[in-house]
Design a protein around this ligand. Structure first.
Ligand SMILES: Nc1ncnc2c1ncn2[C@@H]1O[C@H](COP(=O)(O)OP(=O)(O)O)[C@@H](O)[C@H]1O
Ligand SMILES: [Mg+2]
Length: 249
Protein backbone atom coordinates (compact mmCIF):
# COMPACT_ATOMS: atom_id res chain seq x y z
CA UNK A 1 0.00 0.00 0.00
CA UNK A 2 2.67 2.47 1.08
CA UNK A 3 6.26 2.16 -0.04
CA UNK A 4 8.81 4.73 1.03
CA UNK A 5 12.21 4.46 -0.55
CA UNK A 6 15.27 6.37 0.55
CA UNK A 7 13.19 9.39 1.50
CA UNK A 8 15.03 12.60 2.24
CA UNK A 9 13.06 15.68 3.19
CA UNK A 10 13.83 19.11 4.48
CA UNK A 11 12.02 22.03 5.98
CA UNK A 12 13.27 25.57 5.56
CA UNK A 13 16.39 24.13 3.91
CA UNK A 14 17.21 22.05 6.94
CA UNK A 15 17.52 18.33 6.22
CA UNK A 16 15.23 16.41 8.57
CA UNK A 17 14.60 13.04 7.00
CA UNK A 18 17.78 11.35 5.86
CA UNK A 19 16.92 8.17 4.03
CA UNK A 20 13.73 6.55 5.29
CA UNK A 21 12.70 3.15 3.98
CA UNK A 22 9.32 1.85 5.04
CA UNK A 23 6.76 -0.52 3.62
CA UNK A 24 3.23 -0.74 4.97
CA UNK A 25 0.83 -3.39 3.71
CA UNK A 26 -2.95 -3.65 4.06
CA UNK A 27 -4.02 -5.05 7.41
CA UNK A 28 -0.88 -3.88 9.21
CA UNK A 29 -0.43 -1.56 12.17
CA UNK A 30 2.96 0.14 12.34
CA UNK A 31 4.20 2.15 15.28
CA UNK A 32 6.83 4.81 14.80
CA UNK A 33 8.64 5.78 17.94
CA UNK A 34 11.61 7.95 18.65
CA UNK A 35 12.91 10.79 20.76
CA UNK A 36 11.60 14.33 20.40
CA UNK A 37 12.90 16.02 17.30
CA UNK A 38 13.81 12.79 15.53
CA UNK A 39 11.50 13.57 12.61
CA UNK A 40 8.34 11.61 13.39
CA UNK A 41 5.90 14.42 12.70
CA UNK A 42 7.90 15.43 9.66
CA UNK A 43 7.54 11.94 8.24
CA UNK A 44 3.77 12.05 8.84
CA UNK A 45 3.54 15.47 7.20
CA UNK A 46 5.60 14.43 4.20
CA UNK A 47 3.42 11.37 3.60
CA UNK A 48 0.30 13.50 3.90
CA UNK A 49 1.76 16.09 1.54
CA UNK A 50 1.97 19.18 3.72
CA UNK A 51 3.43 22.01 1.71
CA UNK A 52 6.15 23.26 4.06
CA UNK A 53 8.08 20.04 3.63
CA UNK A 54 10.23 19.45 0.62
CA UNK A 55 11.15 16.02 -0.59
CA UNK A 56 14.75 16.29 -1.74
CA UNK A 57 15.34 12.65 -2.63
CA UNK A 58 13.60 9.29 -2.72
CA UNK A 59 10.08 8.12 -3.48
CA UNK A 60 6.73 7.76 -1.79
CA UNK A 61 4.51 5.26 -3.53
CA UNK A 62 0.90 4.80 -2.55
CA UNK A 63 -0.77 1.83 -4.19
CA UNK A 64 2.20 1.62 -6.55
CA UNK A 65 1.86 5.20 -7.75
CA UNK A 66 4.25 7.99 -6.97
CA UNK A 67 2.28 10.59 -5.03
CA UNK A 68 4.93 13.26 -4.85
CA UNK A 69 3.14 15.63 -7.20
CA UNK A 70 -0.19 15.34 -5.39
CA UNK A 71 -1.43 18.04 -3.05
CA UNK A 72 -2.43 17.11 0.49
CA UNK A 73 -6.09 17.25 -0.45
CA UNK A 74 -5.63 14.88 -3.36
CA UNK A 75 -3.78 12.44 -1.16
CA UNK A 76 -6.63 12.61 1.33
CA UNK A 77 -9.06 11.82 -1.46
CA UNK A 78 -6.96 8.80 -2.34
CA UNK A 79 -7.44 7.52 1.19
CA UNK A 80 -4.56 8.91 3.24
CA UNK A 81 -5.74 10.32 6.55
CA UNK A 82 -3.57 12.31 8.93
CA UNK A 83 -4.95 13.17 12.32
CA UNK A 84 -4.40 16.80 13.12
CA UNK A 85 -2.45 17.58 16.20
CA UNK A 86 -3.93 21.02 16.66
CA UNK A 87 -7.47 20.91 15.39
CA UNK A 88 -9.20 24.19 14.65
CA UNK A 89 -12.31 25.38 16.43
CA UNK A 90 -15.26 26.15 14.22
CA UNK A 91 -17.97 27.76 16.29
CA UNK A 92 -21.44 27.12 14.92
CA UNK A 93 -20.41 24.11 12.85
CA UNK A 94 -21.35 20.83 14.46
CA UNK A 95 -19.23 17.71 14.43
CA UNK A 96 -21.87 16.11 12.19
CA UNK A 97 -22.10 18.95 9.72
CA UNK A 98 -18.38 19.20 9.41
CA UNK A 99 -18.29 15.50 8.62
CA UNK A 100 -21.06 15.73 6.04
CA UNK A 101 -19.13 18.42 4.21
CA UNK A 102 -15.88 16.47 4.36
CA UNK A 103 -17.53 13.34 3.00
CA UNK A 104 -19.26 15.14 0.19
CA UNK A 105 -16.07 16.91 -0.80
CA UNK A 106 -14.32 13.58 -1.07
CA UNK A 107 -17.17 12.23 -3.16
CA UNK A 108 -17.11 15.27 -5.40
CA UNK A 109 -13.40 14.79 -6.02
CA UNK A 110 -14.18 11.26 -7.13
CA UNK A 111 -16.95 12.48 -9.44
CA UNK A 112 -19.71 11.14 -7.21
CA UNK A 113 -22.92 12.89 -6.21
CA UNK A 114 -23.56 14.03 -2.66
CA UNK A 115 -24.41 11.23 -0.30
CA UNK A 116 -28.19 11.02 0.11
CA UNK A 117 -29.30 12.29 3.51
CA UNK A 118 -30.71 8.98 4.67
CA UNK A 119 -27.53 7.16 3.74
CA UNK A 120 -25.48 9.78 5.58
CA UNK A 121 -27.63 9.40 8.68
CA UNK A 122 -27.25 5.66 8.57
CA UNK A 123 -23.48 5.96 8.26
CA UNK A 124 -23.30 8.43 11.14
CA UNK A 125 -25.45 6.18 13.31
CA UNK A 126 -23.43 3.10 12.47
CA UNK A 127 -20.06 4.70 13.14
CA UNK A 128 -21.09 6.54 16.28
CA UNK A 129 -22.53 3.33 17.72
CA UNK A 130 -19.38 1.43 16.88
CA UNK A 131 -17.28 4.02 18.68
CA UNK A 132 -19.79 4.62 21.46
CA UNK A 133 -20.15 8.29 20.67
CA UNK A 134 -23.35 9.83 21.95
CA UNK A 135 -25.79 12.03 20.07
CA UNK A 136 -25.08 15.10 22.14
CA UNK A 137 -21.44 15.04 21.15
CA UNK A 138 -22.33 14.95 17.45
CA UNK A 139 -24.28 18.18 17.68
CA UNK A 140 -21.58 20.14 19.48
CA UNK A 141 -19.59 22.86 17.77
CA UNK A 142 -16.40 21.53 16.27
CA UNK A 143 -13.62 21.52 18.84
CA UNK A 144 -15.18 24.35 20.79
CA UNK A 145 -14.28 23.76 24.40
CA UNK A 146 -13.37 20.15 23.67
CA UNK A 147 -11.32 18.32 26.28
CA UNK A 148 -8.30 16.30 25.19
CA UNK A 149 -10.41 13.17 25.17
CA UNK A 150 -13.16 14.83 23.15
CA UNK A 151 -10.69 16.04 20.55
CA UNK A 152 -9.49 12.49 20.17
CA UNK A 153 -13.06 11.22 19.96
CA UNK A 154 -13.70 13.71 17.20
CA UNK A 155 -10.60 12.67 15.27
CA UNK A 156 -11.41 9.00 15.55
CA UNK A 157 -14.97 9.68 14.47
CA UNK A 158 -13.65 11.50 11.39
CA UNK A 159 -11.40 8.59 10.65
CA UNK A 160 -14.32 6.17 11.00
CA UNK A 161 -16.51 8.21 8.68
CA UNK A 162 -13.89 8.74 5.99
CA UNK A 163 -12.76 5.11 6.03
CA UNK A 164 -9.19 5.86 4.91
CA UNK A 165 -6.98 3.17 3.44
CA UNK A 166 -4.04 4.52 5.38
CA UNK A 167 -4.52 6.37 8.65
CA UNK A 168 -1.61 8.17 10.26
CA UNK A 169 -2.11 9.14 13.87
CA UNK A 170 0.51 11.48 15.19
CA UNK A 171 0.16 11.38 18.94
CA UNK A 172 2.07 13.99 20.85
CA UNK A 173 1.26 12.13 24.09
CA UNK A 174 1.55 15.33 26.02
CA UNK A 175 -1.85 15.94 27.47
CA UNK A 176 -3.05 12.52 26.45
CA UNK A 177 -4.62 11.14 29.59
CA UNK A 178 -5.59 7.51 29.97
CA UNK A 179 -9.11 8.30 28.77
CA UNK A 180 -7.85 9.85 25.57
CA UNK A 181 -5.41 7.00 25.04
CA UNK A 182 -8.23 4.49 25.34
CA UNK A 183 -10.41 6.41 22.93
CA UNK A 184 -7.67 6.42 20.31
CA UNK A 185 -6.77 2.79 20.90
CA UNK A 186 -10.37 1.53 20.90
CA UNK A 187 -11.02 3.44 17.72
CA UNK A 188 -7.97 2.07 15.96
CA UNK A 189 -8.70 -1.46 17.10
CA UNK A 190 -12.32 -1.31 16.01
CA UNK A 191 -11.63 0.30 12.66
CA UNK A 192 -8.78 -1.98 11.76
CA UNK A 193 -9.46 -4.34 8.87
CA UNK A 194 -7.57 -6.51 6.42
CA UNK A 195 -7.89 -3.78 3.80
CA UNK A 196 -6.65 -0.75 5.71
CA UNK A 197 -3.43 0.12 7.47
CA UNK A 198 -2.51 2.36 10.37
CA UNK A 199 0.68 4.18 11.29
CA UNK A 200 0.69 5.25 14.92
CA UNK A 201 3.34 7.75 15.87
CA UNK A 202 4.13 8.05 19.52
CA UNK A 203 6.93 9.09 21.79
CA UNK A 204 5.93 6.78 24.61
CA UNK A 205 5.33 3.08 24.74
CA UNK A 206 2.17 3.65 26.81
CA UNK A 207 -0.19 3.92 23.85
CA UNK A 208 1.09 0.60 22.55
CA UNK A 209 -0.28 -1.13 25.64
CA UNK A 210 -3.65 -0.54 24.04
CA UNK A 211 -2.85 -0.70 20.34
CA UNK A 212 -0.79 -3.73 19.53
CA UNK A 213 1.36 -2.93 16.52
CA UNK A 214 2.56 -5.54 14.06
CA UNK A 215 5.78 -3.61 13.56
CA UNK A 216 7.65 -1.02 15.57
CA UNK A 217 10.20 1.35 14.03
CA UNK A 218 12.52 3.64 15.90
CA UNK A 219 13.34 6.93 14.29
CA UNK A 220 16.47 8.74 15.28
CA UNK A 221 18.00 11.74 13.59
CA UNK A 222 15.87 11.32 10.48
CA UNK A 223 16.53 7.63 9.97
CA UNK A 224 14.83 4.41 11.00
CA UNK A 225 17.59 2.91 13.11
CA UNK A 226 15.76 -0.13 14.36
CA UNK A 227 12.67 -2.12 13.38
CA UNK A 228 11.06 -4.99 15.16
CA UNK A 229 7.83 -6.31 16.60
CA UNK A 230 5.94 -5.10 19.66
CA UNK A 231 8.68 -6.37 21.95
CA UNK A 232 10.92 -3.60 20.68
CA UNK A 233 8.53 -1.05 22.18
CA UNK A 234 8.80 -2.74 25.56
CA UNK A 235 12.55 -2.88 25.31
CA UNK A 236 12.60 0.84 24.59
CA UNK A 237 10.36 1.59 27.52
CA UNK A 238 12.70 -0.35 29.74
CA UNK A 239 16.02 0.91 28.43
CA UNK A 240 15.10 4.35 27.13
CA UNK A 241 16.15 5.99 23.91
CA UNK A 242 19.72 6.36 25.10
CA UNK A 243 20.07 2.67 24.54
CA UNK A 244 19.45 3.15 20.80
CA UNK A 245 21.81 6.11 20.68
CA UNK A 246 24.57 4.13 22.40
CA UNK A 247 24.11 1.24 20.02
CA UNK A 248 24.67 3.60 17.13
CA UNK A 249 27.98 4.91 18.37
N1 LIG B 1 7.73 23.55 10.15
C1 LIG B 1 8.97 23.46 10.63
N2 LIG B 1 9.83 24.51 10.57
C2 LIG B 1 11.08 24.42 11.03
N3 LIG B 1 11.61 23.33 11.59
C3 LIG B 1 10.82 22.24 11.69
C4 LIG B 1 9.48 22.25 11.22
N4 LIG B 1 8.94 21.03 11.45
C5 LIG B 1 9.93 20.31 12.04
N5 LIG B 1 11.05 21.03 12.18
C6 LIG B 1 12.31 20.56 12.79
O1 LIG B 1 12.52 19.24 12.35
C7 LIG B 1 13.05 18.42 13.39
C8 LIG B 1 12.16 17.22 13.59
O2 LIG B 1 10.92 17.62 14.09
P1 LIG B 1 9.66 16.70 14.21
O3 LIG B 1 9.43 16.01 12.91
O4 LIG B 1 8.54 17.51 14.73
O5 LIG B 1 10.14 15.63 15.29
P2 LIG B 1 9.29 14.70 16.27
O6 LIG B 1 7.89 14.66 15.80
O7 LIG B 1 9.99 13.38 16.19
O8 LIG B 1 9.43 15.28 17.64
C9 LIG B 1 13.16 19.32 14.60
O9 LIG B 1 14.48 19.74 14.68
C10 LIG B 1 12.23 20.46 14.28
O10 LIG B 1 12.64 21.63 14.90
MG1 LIG C 1 6.06 15.13 16.70
Amino acid sequence: MLKIKNLHASVEDKAILKGINLEVNPGEVHAIMGPNGSGKSTLASVIAGKEEYEVTNGDILFEDKNIEELAAEERAHKGIFLSFQYPVEIPGVSVTNFMKTAINETRKAKGLEEMPANEMLKLIREKSELLEIDRKFLSRSLNEGFSGGEKKRNEIFQMAMLEPKLAILDETDSGLDIDALRIVANGVNKLKSKDNAVIVITHYQRLLDYIVPDFVHVLHNGRIVKSGTKELAHELEEKGYDWIKQELV
